[in-house]
Design a protein around this ligand. Structure first.
Ligand code: N01
Length: 557
């Protein structure tokens, strides 16, 4: 055991909250590579983070499997083989268990334990962390590895407690699975989780009714086995792939076209979109036209293509029209990947109900009632209603910094950070892929590795200097918050009601939460900040101002 005990309170160098991708790699980095005493607390009874909880039918990563893992260790890269183009939830979990075994990580992870609070002691310059198991740990550093999409959202539907049948949230799925055979199922939501679950639930259930508030642009996944030669070449090209995804915009080997959708002929655009549609995955979103993020005219050109595809797939014209998004630009709401979603609505026992024009008024004993009084009955309710994203997982912990200020109060009007990594007034508290970092607009493992490495570098530098605390200056943080909104406002992202904007949670401030620097340029910015002596940070009170480059947008092609 790497902890030492001081009375009733144990002391470590670092407490890490969460044992998903972030927490596992952070533990390895701090403990095995830097020699620190670190402990991880994890609510689940096993490793996996979001993949521990998200076990709903069809749950799988929308990232190509060959880039959905760690790249920090070539031997680890070579020790794992994915079975399909996109890994299913259980396979990601198996991968993370493999990582945990390989680096002997679980001996420093306390499972089944939720961190309830973290309080900074200004006199002693340490954090005191408490858990729901009654344990108290003091630590110099606290590292949040809680993920961006781990606080599940159950909307406050009137009458939800009166429903007589079982209710399942996709983000908290029973480990034993659910058998829908012979069931009438009602599912609320039509985001990425619902899109994955719909065809599989429909294949089992007698009746499935999907209650849709917002239609989504759903593009084909084109999942399946990967050609063995391609697999072998990728295994061999560890260094090349690592370099390319680290320098890319989105953490994938996807590159935006030089010309925009509005700058090419109709025939050229059609040919490219058709090709990318066939390839499947995020090509059409993150590998096609940059101007769709800036220009409604360009975005509409791609939307017309996608609208046509939906009409081709869905036989009933009324249902097709309902499934075509009308209220947001393509690409500014996370587009789900499709494995038979649209076709499922051609089945006679699958129904789509619009709850935007006619919202859910209440859940009843036997189903639900809409605002106009229409009643729907079902045996089982599936809530595919998403997450209190990005800030939610952190705000559920009682985090108090200097002066006892609760982080959730500081963030009442939206997250306030520097680089999405730290917040002023909360020294030595790091947030892996926190709000205002590229995080959810990237292939997460790539951003996670970058943040973990960067945090490791900061801590190593502090220790080499004999310094104790680091925190961003208020000026740097104010600048980062303003910069983030400014660049978001230059795009169409804020025009869509999305969880990126906090729009899915009633009462949540409407603020664009991810950072739009993107993976490669953000990494370069962080490296420059380090090279310039940790610009924007104060180390033991000595501040280095952030210079112009920090607030300069340099998106790679
Ligand atoms: O959640 P969502 P999700 N009344 O928020 C609806 C990632 N992910 O779990 O769009 C009626 O997208 C809500 O409606 P609206 C991925 O990043 C990744 O599906 O807010 N409906 C929406 O339709 C994804 O984006 C993978 O109008 C209500 C749905 O519920 C993120 O997780 C796989 C409602 C929620 O959709 C979240 O996806 C799956 C209400 N009161 C997910 N409240 C991978 O591939 C909410 N809704 C890795």
């Amino acid at each position: 055991m790497t902890t030492s005990t001081d009375g009733a309170t144990s002391t470590v160098d670092a407490v890490i909250i969460g044992a998903g991708f972030s927490g596992l790699y952070m533990l390895h980095r701090l403990r095995d590579e830097m020699g620190l005493r670190a402990r991880v607390f994890e609510t689940g009874d096993g490793v996996g983070g979001t993949w521990y909880w998200n076990r709903y039918p069809g749950a799988r990563s929308d990232s190509d499997s060959y880039v959905y893992g760690f790249t920090f260790d070539r031997d680890l890269w070579e020790s794992w083989e994915w079975s399909e183009r996109y890994p299913e939830s259980h396979e990601v979990r198996a991968y993370l268990e493999h990582v945990a075994d390989r680096f002997d990580l679980t001996r420093d992870i306390t499972f089944g334990t939720r961190v309830e609070s973290a309080t900074f002691d200004e006199d002693r310059e340490v954090w005191t962390v408490t858990t729901d198991a009654g344990e108290t740990v003091t630590a110099t550093y606290v590292i949040s590895a809680v993920g961006a999409l781990s606080a599940s959202n159950t909307p406050p539907f009137r009458g939800i407690e009166t429903f007589a049948g079982p209710t399942f949230h996709t983000g908290e799925w029973p480990h034993g699975g659910v058998d829908f055979t012979g069931q009438h199922v009602g599912m609320i939501g039509s985001g990425a989780s619902a899109v994955q679950a719909t065809p599989i639930i429909a294949a089992q259930a007698d009746e499935l009714t999907v209650f849709q508030r917002t239609a989504n642009y759903v593009v084909p996944a084109n999942n399946g086995p990967v050609d063995p030669d391609v697999k072998a070449a990728r295994l061999e090209d560890w260094a090349g792939i690592r370099e390319r995804i680290q320098q890319s915009n989105f953490g994938f080997e996807l590159y935006l076209q030089e010309k925009g959708a509005a700058e090419v002929s109709d025939a050229e655009r059609e040919a490219l979109l058709e090709d990318y549609w066939e390839r499947g995955g995020f090509h059409i979103w993150l590998g096609a036209y940059a101007d769709i993020f800036f220009s409604t005219e360009a975005n509409d050109l791609v939307r017309r293509f996608l609208d046509r595809k939906i009409r081709e797939k869905v036989h009933d014209p009324e249902t097709a029209e309902l499934l075509i998004p009308k209220d947001h630009p393509f690409g500014c709401k996370r587009n789900p990947l499709d494995s038979g979603y649209f076709e499922t609505f051609n089945e006679p026992h699958v129904h789509l109900v619009d709850v935007k024009s006619n919202p859910i008024a209440e859940i009843t004993r036997d189903g639900l009632r809409l605002a106009d009084g229409a009643e729907y009955t079902f045996d089982t309710l599936v809530l595919a209603t998403g997450f209190d994203a990005m800030t939610g997982p952190l705000n559920r912990i009682d985090i108090r910094g200097r002066g006892g200020e609760p982080l959730r109060e500081k963030w009442a009007e939206g997250p306030r950070t520097y680089l999405g990594l730290m917040s002023h007034g909360y020294p030595n508290l790091f947030t892996i892929t926190g709000p205002q970092s590229p995080s959810v607009l990237s292939n997460m493992p790539v951003s996670i590795e970058q943040h973990v490495d960067y945090i490791g570098r900061i801590i190593a530098d502090l220790r080499a200097r004999g310094a104790t605390v680091i925190e961003p200056t208020k000026e740097a943080e104010d600048g980062w918050c303003a910069y983030n909104q400014e660049i978001a406002n230059a795009t169409l992202f804020p025009t869509a009601n999305t969880w990126y904007m906090g729009a899915n949670i009633p009462g949540k401030p409407r603020v664009f939460m991810p950072n739009l620097d993107f993976v490669g340029p953000y990494r370069a910015k962080c490296d420059q900040i380090a090279a310039n002596g940790w610009e924007g940070f104060a180390i033991d009170g000595a501040a280095v101002p952030a210079s112009e480059h920090v607030y300069t947008w340099a998106v790679a092609g």
